[in-house]
Ligand binder design. Structure first.
Ligand SMILES: *Cc1c(COP(=O)(O)O)cnc(C)c1O
Length: 378
């Protein structure tokens, strides 16, 4: 036991051409945001998401900020976001000067609840501040119910953005995640399914948005002189980060297969139990297995599971807390029905990196098998 390592929650899998491509960057001097790997990465990402354009960005967060800027979202406008998400989804809206409307998720699939979204549209129209844009998140890498969300947004004349930060390699009714809305964003942070150390991308078919996003990501420089035609950002990805992403993408199939095998092993040991539930498995989704979580009956039970696993050298952590429950977001409008609170603190993330050995997966399985908690209630 003492000779075994603590099994990490997330860990990059850098066993391909990552090192070779980084050396190539250094040897050729292409370390900054111009360079061949950035273009190669963009072409691969656009292809994987089934979209015409991909724009590489410094992170998933800056991809969100940039796509909002490209759409012209700004002061006073309202943007609906799920209440149960990573902070960056809402923060990008706030940093744009717009107002996030926190909308509840659905208990069955943990992504944006289309009925609550429709109610949020009604509320916003009633008070004369309509929702111009919706950001739907693919939680755990699991696609939200986009056919329904697209229809709600179409009826209201709103733009739909997919925060597919961790969803690369997932599919919705056979269509690739990232390409399910008017525009999508991906993250290549260290804990995501594919990493560049850091990085992100915007994907879209809309040429005007793609062009504007790319332009704004490089300070909106109009020509060779220091002349600008807008107030831009420095959000472009470096060739170093893109080199790592390109190497990772070469092994995407292998890494996805490893993630799915781990998810299967965990789900198998949960079968028939009444105290822990596996992630949702909505009928429309083919899941990439990015973030494996279990749901416990209470916040106390979840904390007890985390402590139990940690005693056995297994990292585990409570997952997202509802934004609406946090002081930093207290001032923002919301349409909440209790699902995000029901998930908060009860969902625990487990180690699911593609680097885990078979014996490490077996240790996590044994850790789950040796814990008992109170029965789940709906
Ligand atoms: C990771 C993540 C982001 C942010 O991506 P970064 O690359 O870390 O900036 C945004 N949204 C969701 C849902 C995420 O999981």
């Amino acid at each position: 036991m003492s000779s075994e390592r603590v099994i990490p929650l997330a860990e990059p899998d850098l066993r391909g051409n990552e090192e070779a491509y980084l050396r190539e960057c250094i040897r050729t001097g292409w370390v900054s945001s111009a360079g061949p790997f950035v273009g190669r990465m963009e072409a691969r990402i656009a292809g994987l998401c089934g979209r015409a354009h991909a724009i590489a960005t410094a992170s998933g967060t800056t991809a969100l900020q940039l796509v909002l800027a490209a759409l012209g979202i700004g002061a006073g406008q309202r943007v609906a976001v799920p209440d149960w998400t990573f902070a960056a989804t809402a923060n990008a809206v706030i940093h744009a000067g717009a107002v996030p409307v926190l909308v509840d998720v659905h208990r069955d699939h943990w992504s944006l609840d289309a009925d609550r979204l429709a109610e949020a549209f009604d509320d916003a129209e009633r008070c004369g501040q309509p929702i111009a844009t919706v950001i739907a998140v693919d939680p755990l890498g699991l696609p939200a119910d986009f056919d329904v969300l697209v229809e709600v947004c179409r009826r209201r004349g709103a733009v739909l953005i997919e925060d597919a930060a961790g969803a690369l390699g997932s599919f919705y009714k056979g269509r690739p995640a990232g390409g399910l809305a008017d525009a999508g964003i991906l993250s290549f942070n260290g804990n995501k399914i594919v990493t560049g150390g850091g990085g992100g991308a915007i994907v879209t078919d809309r040429e005007v948005w793609a062009h504007r996003a790319r332009h704004l990501s490089m300070q909106a420089r109009a020509d060779e002189r220091y002349a600008y035609d807008a107030v831009g950002f420095n959000y472009r990805l470096t060739n170093l980060n893109a080199a790592v992403v390109v190497a990772q993408l070469e092994r995407l199939g292998t890494m996805l297969a490893a993630r799915r095998a781990i998810a299967q092993a965990y789900t198998a040991v949960l079968s028939g139990r009444d105290d822990l539930a596996p992630p949702p498995a909505p009928p429309w989704a083919e899941w990439n297995g990015w973030m494996y979580v279990v749901r416990a009956a209470s916040v106390e039970a979840a904390a007890d599971l985390v402590a139990h696993l940690r005693r056995q050298g297994i990292s585990a952590r409570p997952f997202w807390l509802a934004l609406s429950s946090q002081a930093a977001y207290a001032q923002f409008p919301r349409k909440i029905a209790g699902a995000s609170a029901w998930l908060s603190g009860r969902v625990v993330s487990l180690p699911c990196a593609s680097t885990l050995s078979e014996s490490e997966v077996a240790r996590v399985v044994a850790g789950l098998a040796s814990w008992r908690g109170p029965a789940l209630q709906r």
